[in-house]
Design a binder for this molecule. Structure first.
Ligand code: ZN
Ligand code: ZN
Length: 363
């Protein structure tokens, strides 16, 4: 069987349409016809060579939903359901080694140093090639953890669960106290920020304050947000004053960075109450250092700072559940749809921040 895919052959160059042939696959593999491939903000950085993990040539795309074409031998999903042709599936984009300290002792498999990721560090140079989602088909290797989806879930909506959604749930999963009754500030209203806002509200946060720069984006999550602060209309000092007013001059219990820009921390520290928790979830590529005042920002306030790196299978399941119970919001998130051959346009659209969520669709 032959399948077309968009390949990054050299950094900073447009993706090229290439064709790959799939013959035999190892026992336990699943060949999947792609139904939706999310275009992630990280793909823009990866295409420019800014992610130190990425080799070329590579088929980009780490967010996918597909329909099973063929299962080699037997394979069950994470709920122990046998996977069969025509099943609709999503999967954990990362493959971990299950042998290292993090996989076996610390039980933090998303931190496995040997983690391989579809579309990020698995080259298409060698067979079975189809290891990224900007492709008509994807080979899910035997180690991949797969989740069957119900057929009434729209592939282009649920695809957000595989990266932003799962990362959002990893962030919230790292909290040591329940969200019930908490005041939460979310910095950023991209797919990650909106996912976090919806999830924290549905997990019981009493007040969700979102900071963003685009009225259209702020509007998408409005039913889940108590206060929207537009940073183009309000100065940093005005935003801080609003947060203090809402929190009886204490600051928020939790601040979550979902902007992808380390400089957001400089504002975030001033929005957090003494003893609060800061989750840094959006920074995904190396950036310039920021001035960090250990006494004023960290010690004096006794805060906890939690870095959030990618996600694990449990977070994927949590994210799929959030999407399925709030599908109307997530449908609104998908503002741009492209065909596979338009993948370069899709990347440009995301880079220029025209799309809230861009998805490559195949049907
Ligand atoms: Zn991503
Ligand atoms: Zn490992």
């Amino acid at each position: 069987m032959k399948f077309k895919a968009m390949v990054l052959e050299a950094f900073k160059e447009p993706l090229q349409m290439r064709e790959f042939e799939i013959n035999e696959l190892p026992e336990g593999s699943v060949l999947v016809r792609t139904l939706a491939s999310g275009v992630c903000g990280s793909d823009v950085h990866i295409a420019k060579g800014e992610d130190p993990r990425t080799p070329v040539p590579i088929i980009l795309g780490h967010e996918g939903v597909g329909e099973v074409i063929e299962v080699v031998g037997e394979k069950k999903d994470i709920n122990n359901d046998p996977i069969r042709p025509k099943d609709r599936v999503i999967w954990n984009r990362g493959i971990v080694c299950r042998k290292c300290y993090w996989c076996t002792v610390a039980k933090q498999p998303h931190l496995c140093p040997n983690r391989k990721v579809y579309g990020i560090n698995m080259s298409c140079k060698d067979y079975p090639h189809l290891l990224g989602c900007y492709s008509e088909a994807i080979v899910l290797l035997p180690e991949v953890e797969v989740l069957k989806l119900s057929h009434d879930m729209d592939p282009s909506t649920v695809v957000i669960a595989s990266c932003s959604g799962a990362t959002a749930m990893n962030a919230l999963d790292s909290l040591t106290e329940p969200l019930v009754g908490k005041t939460v500030v979310v910095q950023g209203v991209g797919p990650l920020g909106i996912f976090i806002a919806v999830a924290v509200k549905s997990l019981g946060a009493s007040t969700v304050i979102v900071i963003g720069g685009s009225p259209e984006r702020l509007n998408v999550a409005k039913d889940f947000v108590d206060v929207s602060l537009n940073r183009r209309e309000l100065s940093e000092e005005e935003r801080r004053r609003r947060v203090l007013e809402i929190t009886h001059n204490r600051g928020a219990d939790i601040v979550i960075e979902a902007t992808g820009d380390s400089r957001a921390l400089l504002e975030g520290f001033n929005l957090l109450r003494r003893g609060g928790t800061y989750l840094v979830a959006g920074v995904a590529v190396p950036q310039q250092p920021i001035p960090f005042f250990v006494y004023e920002n960290l010690v004096l306030k006794g805060i906890t700072i939690q870095g959030v790196w990618v996600s694990d299978t449990r977070h994927l399941i949590q994210a799929v559940n959030v999407v399925s119970s709030h599908s109307k919001v997530f449908e609104k998130l998908v503002t741009h749809r492209f065909r596979l051959e338009q993948a370069n346009e899709a990347l440009k659209c995301v880079e220029e921040r025209k799309a809230l969520k861009a998805v490559i669709c195949f049907e």
